[in-house]
Design a protein around this ligand. Structure first.
Ligand code: SAH
Length: 341
């Protein structure tokens, strides 16, 4: 059992059950949010740690880090059961972003993505997802009140909506007043387009930013890139995204990794047709190379041509800068290592 899986109310219940006064929950919560061990805090009675010996408080540790350009750092974390996951810290001019993993491995097996190549191991708990943010916040000099992290993207390994309950608990806990109090607007969930779960998320009352990995404008071609497309048609995904926008007021983004297959003029015109009347944003992504990859990307020149075509038509679009590729920390390059390193 992991104390970071609990919200404040649940933590208070545990604290009271252990025979401690309720106010100790605030001190323990602060310790947890600072990702500190019992021995690192001085405001709790000495025997507190033994009272909680049945609980884990630090579910992951950093066992390696790789520094890239522009301050990007990729972290290799070890979980309690020795599984390894990765995450990336990306400083930018509006704040600092951390990219977190939601699963060990991934079931989706997208052709261009490294995360699912070794299969799926298990879901991460909400506390394990939160711990990635807290630990990096700590080592970057942040505290529970003075955060060094301003944005979180759920774009590491795993499909967030395939680990729905833990991801929703994570979102609630990280944004709670008595949690890290991070605005949900600063958190982005990226999904391969699980229609049912997008519609469910729309009803949660969490105004988290949603981005959809579209990557194709044709269902048959999409199936070749993303096997999950067999169960989720593009038209239904876009309808679910519209529904999400209506329910939350949050503009949805579409990720479109530029491949030889999807970057021809007719695909681009189809993309325009699909998103024409939507309040949507398109994030064009230069395909990052992964080991054994069969999918080929397009030139920078072609990428810019596509960007211009979308913008000239009046569709909000950007070409994502690829940070972290030199440390294999860019999109799709985070793969699961099981005690490999
Ligand atoms: N499972 C989620 C999160 C995945 S990673 C999802 O599918 O959205 C975040 C983004 O990186 C997704 O849009 C994903 O499709 C994209 N991506 C994966 N591999 C990539 C690669 N090799 N190059 C560029 N983008 C990639």
């Amino acid at each position: 059992m992991n104390l970071l899986d609990l919200n404040y109310e649940q933590l208070k219940e545990v604290v009271v059950k252990k025979g401690l006064p309720a106010y100790r929950a605030d001190q323990i919560m602060d310790m947890l949010l600072c990702y500190k061990d019992w021995s690192e805090v001085s405001n709790l009675p000495k025997n507190t740690s033994s009272l909680f010996s049945d609980y884990c408080i630090l579910p992951l540790e950093i066992i390696n880090e790789f520094k890239g350009g522009n301050g990007v750092v990729k972290f290799l974390y070890k979980l309690q059961d020795n599984h390894l996951i990765e995450g990336v810290y990306l400083p930018n001019n509006y704040g600092n972003t951390i990219c977190v993993s939601t699963q060990v491995g991934c079931k989706m097996r997208c052709a261009f993505c490294a995360s699912g190549k070794d299969g799926f191991m298990r879901n991460l708990t909400s506390g394990e997802i939160l711990a990635q943010v807290l630990l990096v916040n700590k080592i970057m000099g942040g505290t529970s009140k003075n955060r060094a992290i301003s944005n979180v993207v759920l774009m590491g390994s795993g499909e967030p909506l395939d680990n729905y309950d833990h991801v929703v608990s994570f979102l609630k806990n990280i944004s709670a007043k008595r949690g890290l109090n991070l605005s949900l607007r600063n958190i982005t969930i990226s999904t391969c387009g699980l229609v049912k779960q997008i519609n469910k998320l729309a009803k949660e009352g969490l105004n988290v930013t949603l981005t959809i990995s579209l990557h194709s404008t044709d269902d048959e071609k999409r199936k070749k890139l993303m096997p999950i497309a067999s169960a989720n048609k593009i038209i239904d995904i876009i309808a679910a995204a519209d529904n999400y926008y209506k329910s939350t007021g949050r503009r949805v983004s579409y990720e479109y990794a530029l491949t030889e297959e999807n970057s021809d003029n007719s695909s681009v015109e189809k993309l325009i047709e699909l998103l024409n009347d939507k309040n949507a944003h398109v994030n064009l992504i230069r395909l990052n190379e992964i080991e054994g990859q069969e999918v080929r990307g397009v030139s920078e020149r072609r990428s810019i041509e596509i960007l211009d075509r979308l913008n000239n038509f009046g569709i909000s679009a950007t070409l994502r800068r690829s940070l972290g590729s030199e440390v294999e920390g860019a999109c799709g390059q985070l793969k699961n290592h099981f005690a490999k390193k």
